[in-house]
Design a protein. Structure first.
Lengths: 500, 342
């Protein structure tokens, strides 16, 4: 353990707010050379905000920022880079059409004195670097032809070998297979020996415990615990992440919640052995009428892909879908809609027409039913008005452009659009993300209402609260596979996190 | 001019007048341009602001107008069709090819009854549009490239049909519609007006028209709404080709001859009419109303420049500059609108 060294990076009393909302409140954070520092916390706990401050992405904050004991203020990510700080973001940011070698040397290819790229030297050095990482690929092959996990490893390798003294990895393992995770950890340990400081953010607490020396826990913008990894456990960390007691007005779902007896109403959707490249493996489940099925998992666990397959936007590599017993292969989203399946994706931008009035956004799903050829705007408005009233959309003006509504009300419009249809199966992705408590409750009530009307509803979320507040039955998706089903038994946030 | 009924009054109340005007800039700017140009030419030339000359302008923009109807659908979907002029040309040539020519015309053609010739020609342009549609939707070739290829293909068919010769005769119905007139009004103006009106009605009052705006406004959202986006995109490509074909047939009758490269200038003119009128190149905004204003801006400009006796080579440059200005306004209006929506 590299204890006793002077911290390579030290932050004191960091406070950062976005438009009046405090994302970080008086956080102290120190990083020692030759240390792997794990960071855990729920979505929105402040991990990423802190890392973006360190990487020079956020430059406005209060508090002290010391590098090698000297007060520093980065004005840009470039400054941070010059100080030897590099970050690997969660989303892959490689150039798939360039060669592996070009990707490794992106932005600083070796050139000869005429300014021409030295291809042979670049290929050789890239090959050597990657070999240190246990990656043996032809450096001149096109990066996009390699599997996603390998691409991610190469991106991580590029950053790790860029000579940075401080490396921040945000969810590096979510797209990696177990042997790839192993390779990554071996490399991280080797870099630690060489004195590099590494920050490792992950939802996979097992990974954090295996590779890091120290773990810091964030909750609601505060640092709530910092402990040696050897001295803690998954359970203790989850407890620290969630916190006990009524800290917020909202139901915190820390206590056990009893799931109801599984319903024996007819099966609306049957999914059998669905697989998609590296995203989903042999996923099988059923959704029944009058039941809300929750599917919980971390970011990148395959939820998004699953929802797109159900709505005909993505085609699975293998596996079958059946709606009310009839096997389906959706050629398009139009086919899925005709079969009675509806999807509300996590991004409202993707499913609503911001420059069109509310009523057109609502009527789009039923236009073919109310008008054969000519539009019937009066009827469209009536239907929209009815929905606006039912769902208490504010302001209740159906002619207003959608873009002028608040996020919560837009989400209600997204629901209203399908409620008029109405589908047999409604798939909701992150239905309450980014909403205030009032809007959240409204959405929860709407979904309960739909269940009462006999719809099958599937709620996919990376937030345990969302799933717990809505679902009658919960499936846990982990790295593309269903690993646990909660039915007719007590469930809580701890139990969900434990399973994922 | 806006085809959408977005309750402007409510919008104005909610946001104030200035942002409302800003959001309507794409409709207002072309109109002001038209008024300005008309005023300028009326002032500069006594022969410009006459009823006769208005008739001239209407006749001059008719072929462009017929072609621009279909192109408006395409641009509303945020796609482009570069094959319109070539398809117009090949359809005009085809209808002459299927008509008995005078003996001095040296083309090995296939004379057929007039109705059959017209139907075959329309089928030809519809087929070429269908190829565009399949390339765009099934194969996934961007419309810019797909229609660029079609531009060559259609030109190639034209070349094979006429082999450098010129045909003159077309079926009598086409001759009447292209060059005849009724009660002093040229038939071609009436046809253009009917087609523009038809296009407007389809876009504004039919379900298909709504889908065109929705697909253009946010293709992703249209797909997430379960619309058959590919079917709609394919349909607009066929509509565009058929409008071009009709424009080509009447154009041939209007000019009095069918030959290679006859319609080359109509590609730029049609695109310019749609875009100058304020239909968004990013899709979802604008409509036939905008296209009509755009047609008049171009028509007044072309006609007016003749009246003020300007260097005919300078004319080309001026047209280019006006088009550039319209593009700047188009892109700028989109940005303002997006800001207003946020």
């Amino acid at each position: 353990m590299p204890a006793g060294h002077q911290p390579i990076l030290e932050l004191k009393g960091i406070t950062k707010s976005f438009g009046g909302v405090e994302a970080l409140r008086g956080v102290d954070f120190a990083l020692l050379p030759g240390e792997i520092h794990g960071l855990v916390g729920e979505n929105g706990a402040g991990k990423s905000t802190l890392m973006k401050i360190i990487a020079g992405v956020h430059t406005e904050f209060s508090g002290r920022f010391l590098v090698d004991g000297a007060e520093t203020h980065f004005r840009s990510a470039r400054d941070a880079h010059a100080a030897g700080i590099a970050m690997v973001h969660q989303e892959l940011s490689v150039a798939p059409d360039l060669t592996v070698a070009e990707n490794v040397f992106l932005g600083n290819q070796p050139v000869n004195r005429f300014g021409l790229v030295q291809w042979r030297r670049m290929a050789r050095e890239a090959g050597e670097q990657l070999a240190r990482f246990g990656i043996y690929v032809d450096p001149m092959s096109r990066l996009g032809d390699l599997p996603i996990g390998l691409q991610q490893l190469i991106e991580i390798a590029r950053v790790l070998f860029s000579g940075a003294r401080i490396v921040i990895l945000d969810e590096p393992t979510s797209a990696l297979s177990p042997p790839e995770v192993e390779r990554l950890f071996t490399t991280l340990r080797r870099l630690r020996e060489e004195g590099t400081a590494i920050v490792f953010i992950s939802h996979f607490i097992e990974d954090i415990l295996r590779v890091s020396d120290t773990v810091t826990v964030f909750r609601n913008g505060r640092k709530v615990a910092e402990t040696a990894s050897a001295a803690t456990s998954k359970g203790a960390l989850i407890e620290a992440m969630i916190g006990r007691g009524g800290e917020t007005l909202e139901h915190s779902y820390t206590d056990d919640l009893m799931l109801p007896r599984p319903s024996d109403s007819p099966v609306v959707l049957k999914v059998d052995q669905l697989s998609l490249a590296r995203s989903l493996q042999d996923v099988s489940f059923e959704a029944r009428a009058g039941e809300v099925l929750g599917i919980y998992g971390f970011m990148g666990c395959g939820q998004q892909e699953l929802s797109r397959i159900l709505f005909g936007k993505l085609k699975p590599d293998s596996g079958t879908l059946a709606v009310e017993g009839a096997p389906k292969t959706f050629a398009s989203t139009a086919a899925a809609r005709r079969a009675g399946v509806a999807l509300v994706p996590e991004s409202r931008r993707d499913m609503l027409f911001h420059q069109e009035p509310v009523y057109k956004n609502i009527s789009i799903s039923i236009l073919d039913r109310i008008s054969a050829l000519l539009l019937k705007p009066a009827q469209e408005r009536d239907i929209a008005r009815h929905q606006v009233e039912q769902l208490q959309i504010r302001p209740p003006v159906v002619g207003l452009d959608l873009g002028m509504l608040s996020g919560g009300n837009q989400q209600k419009v997204a629901l209203a659009k399908w409620l008029t249809y109405p589908p047999k199966l409604l798939v909701l992705c992150e239905p309450t993300r980014g909403m205030d408590v009032g809007a959240k409750n409204d959405v929860i009530n709407i979904v309960r209402d739909l269940r009462a009307k006999g719809l099958a509803v599937i709620v996919l979320s990376t937030e345990p609260e969302t799933v717990l507040s809505l679902a009658d039955r919960i499936l846990v998706l982990k790295r593309g596979a269903l690993v646990r089903e909660f039915r007719n038994e007590p469930v809580s946030k701890d139990r969900l996190l434990e399973a994922a | 001019m806006a085809s959408s009924d977005t309750v402007p009054a409510a919008a104005a109340r909610a946001r104030g007048l200035a942002p409302f005007l800003r959001s309507q800039m794409r409709n207002i700017a072309p109109f002001l341009t038209l008024i300005f140009l008309s005023g300028f030419f009326a002032f500069a030339s006594p022969s410009f602001a006459t009823l006769d000359n208005l008739g001239n302008i209407l006749t001059q923009v008719s072929v462009t107008g017929i072609i621009a109807v279909g192109l408006t659908f395409v641009i509303l979907c945020a796609e482009i069709d570069l094959s319109i002029a070539s398809i117009a040309n090949v359809t005009g040539i085809a209808v002459a090819y299927f008509t008995l020519q005078e003996s001095y015309v040296n083309i090995a053609n296939v004379p057929l009854p007039g109705a059959v010739a017209i139907i075959l020609s329309i089928l030809l342009c519809a087929l070429l549009g269908l190829v565009n549609a399949l390339g765009l939707t099934v194969i996934g070739i961007p419309s810019f490239i797909m229609t660029l290829a079609m531009m060559q293909i259609a030109a190639g068919i034209s070349a094979l049909l006429v082999r450098g010769q010129i045909a003159y005769k077309v079926p009598s119905l086409i001759t009447t519609l292209g060059s005849g007139s009724i009660g002093g009004i040229p038939w071609i103006v009436i046809v253009a007006a009917i087609m523009l009106l038809g296009g407007h009605l389809v876009l504004t009052y039919t379900r298909f028209g709504r889908y065109v705006y929705m697909v253009g406004g946010n293709r992703e959202a249209a797909e997430y709404s379960g619309l058959n986006v590919k079917l709609i995109l394919g349909a607009v490509m066929v509509i565009s080709a058929v409008c071009s074909g009709l424009g080509g047939m009447l154009g041939v009758a209007h000019f009095g001859s069918a030959q290679q490269n006859e319609f080359d200038t109509y590609l730029l003119d049609s695109i310019a009419a749609v875009v100058v009128g304020g239909t968004s190149l990013f899709g979802g905004r604008g409509g036939i109303g905008n296209t009509i204003v755009g047609l008049f801006v171009l028509g007044v400009l072309n006609n007016g420049l003749d009246h003020v006796n300007i260097d005919s080579f300078l004319k080309i440059l001026i047209r280019g500059l006006i088009l550039l200005a319209a593009l700047v306004i188009n892109v700028y209006a989109q940005r303002l609108r997006e800001k207003a929506a946020e």
